[in-house]
Write a protein that binds this ligand. Structure first.
Ligand SMILES: *[C@@H]1O[C@H](CO)[C@@H](O)[C@H](O)[C@H]1NC(C)=O
Ligand SMILES: *[C@@H]1O[C@H](CO)[C@@H](O)[C@H](O)[C@H]1NC(C)=O
Ligand SMILES: *[C@@H]1O[C@H](CO)[C@@H](O)[C@H](O)[C@H]1NC(C)=O
Ligand SMILES: *[C@@H]1O[C@H](CO)[C@@H](O)[C@H](O)[C@H]1NC(C)=O
Ligand SMILES: *[C@@H]1O[C@H](CO)[C@@H](O)[C@H](O)[C@H]1NC(C)=O
Ligand SMILES: *[C@@H]1O[C@H](CO)[C@@H](O)[C@H](O)[C@H]1NC(C)=O
Ligand SMILES: *[C@@H]1O[C@H](CO)[C@@H](O)[C@H](O)[C@H]1NC(C)=O
Ligand SMILES: *[C@@H]1O[C@H](CO)[C@@H](O)[C@H](O)[C@H]1NC(C)=O
Ligand SMILES: *[C@@H]1O[C@H](CO)[C@@H](O)[C@H](O)[C@H]1NC(C)=O
Length: 377
């Protein structure tokens, strides 16, 4: 639906789509490991098992062993695969486990005192995350999420309604509505930088409309959120190890809004949201907002100090063509230069999709299942 056209920016606004079944979030855990699957004889789930390393059984770089601990390293077990090992630990933990296993940049590993099993410099590099800014408006409405945080009777009623009938305000996803727009083709930034979006019909910015928000005030006023998110950032960060102890947290550098393009796009995200909220439809509805900054410098300062994440990290084990001398996995999701090891998670995406990552990740997983079945049939 085209809701509004302001200052040559066309917004597309619609309902966000969520994987919700009967008022309850449906996830890969409920849909692939639910009661009807968990008892399959060929499926074993080890709880509280922290994978520390993937091991090659011989000096020929064939990976067959998975080292894990269920007691923070007091005892360590090794599980052996007969066919292959699939690593699906996500964009942060996948490169962490690879580096713990000696697969990564030789110089980095050597400095940490980890023996390099296979030199693969792209591991953990090119971390891509979408910057999201929380932009909240105090509103005159009295039916935002804050109402239930101020009124325990109402909160109990809402919980009971959800519990009894799986209906009511608690079934709503936070971003119930999403708005999308592109930077105008004549935006000054494109004189200097190439458009990083995948194509002319893809949005640069998503606005997540939320029926509630964040404020330090307690009790909070009624708020709505209109959170600008940059869908195609050009900044790249990295994941690396801090120590050779696999139980230590890795170092995560998101490098949010680390480029001029990303800052420009976030500024325009704020300015267009402001124009949108100034339209007559909101007359009498808005009391104040959490962002007052107006000049480029003020906006940049505000963005750098307050930017958050969409929680869509990708790229740390990116897929490249079979003959590319960089990247981490090949188009069959196999780790380059070794045998018996595939990565199946969002880390293989070479670019963050200009949207959300849940569905693309399931698509990779379904495709991987077919590739694996084809290999071993
Ligand atoms: C690598 O070593 C393993 C274990 O010794 C052996 O089963 C496998 O055939 C070897 N693979 C290659 C390609 O040499
Ligand atoms: C990061 O990605 C770019 C392409 O977007 C590529 O040219 C570069 O080699 C990658 N860096 C590493 C360390 O893999
Ligand atoms: C909420 O707003 C509606 C419409 O303005 C009004 O009728 C109602 O009394 C208000 N409720 C509370 C609890 O303030
Ligand atoms: C709190 O919620 C209850 C249940 O909806 C409602 O009856 C009551 O008026 C609310 N209290 C206030 C102060 O708004
Ligand atoms: C939810 O419903 C179950 C019965 O279906 C009941 O045992 C439980 O107390 C209810 N919880 C709440 C918070 O209403
Ligand atoms: C949906 O949830 C309600 C409340 O728990 C339950 O009574 C109903 O059977 C569920 N419906 C389906 C289709 O699962
Ligand atoms: C872009 O084009 C529109 C007219 O289509 C014009 O109003 C606007 O000022 C132009 N912006 C820039 C930055 O040139
Ligand atoms: C890295 O390790 C050092 C020493 O153990 C510790 O002080 C520091 O907080 C760690 N950094 C991170 C990002 O975890
Ligand atoms: C924005 O400006 C108004 C009016 O000057 C002020 O009351 C409010 O505290 C400011 N808000 C922020 C987040 O700085």
């Amino acid at each position: 639906m085209i809701l509004s056209s302001l200052v040559h920016i066309i917004w597309y606004v619609g309902f966000g789509q969520s994987t919700v079944l009967n008022g309850t979030r449906s996830s890969s855990a409920t849909s692939y490991l639910g009661p009807q699957f968990i008892n399959r004889p060929n499926l074993h789930v080890l709880l509280h098992a922290h994978v520390t390393r993937i091991l090659s059984t011989a000096k020929n770089l064939t990976f067959r062993g998975v080292e894990l601990s269920q007691d923070s390293g007091a005892t360590v077990h090794t599980v052996s695969a007969t066919k292959e090992v699939i690593l699906s630990a996500g964009s942060i933990a996948t490169p962490q486990i690879l580096m713990n296993s000696g697969i990564g940049d030789r110089k980095t590993l050597t400095n940490l005192g980890i023996q390099t099993v296979h030199h693969l410099p792209s591991v953990g590099q090119n971390l891509t995350e979408q910057p999201l800014l929380s932009y909240n408006w105090v509103v005159t409405a009295n039916d935002t999420e804050e109402e239930a945080t101020r009124n325990v009777t109402l909160a109990a009623e809402q919980l009971k309604q959800w519990n009894d009938t799986r209906s009511g305000p608690l079934v709503d996803a936070p971003g119930l509505n999403l708005g999308w727009f592109r930077l105008p083709a004549n935006a000054s930034i494109f004189e200097e930088f190439e458009d990083p979006s995948p194509g002319p019909n893809t949005a640069h910015i998503e606005i997540q409309f939320v029926n509630g928000g964040f404020t330090p005030e307690n009790p909070p006023p009624n708020l709505i959120g209109t959170n600008p998110t940059l869908l195609c950032p050009t900044s790249r960060g990295f994941v690396t190890l801090n120590t050779s102890n696999p139980f230590n947290h890795p170092i995560i550098n998101l490098n949010l809004v680390g480029t001029e393009f990303d800052l420009f796009a976030m500024r325009e995200g704020i300015r267009n949201t402001r124009r949108f909220m100034a339209s007559p439809s909101f007359d009498g509805f808005i009391v104040s907002s959490t962002i007052n900054a107006t000049t480029d410098d003020e906006l940049d300062e505000y963005i750098k100090a307050n930017v958050g994440v969409a929680e869509h990290p990708t790229g740390t084990a990116m897929m490249t063509s079979r003959d590319a001398d960089w990247g981490v996995v090949d188009p069959d999701l196999k780790v380059k230069g070794v045998r018996g090891l595939r990565v199946v998670d969002a880390s293989v995406l070479p670019f963050v999709p200009a949207g959300h990552t849940q569905v693309p990740t399931y698509i990779i997983a379904e495709r991987a299942a077919d590739l694996i079945k084809t290999t071993w049939d």
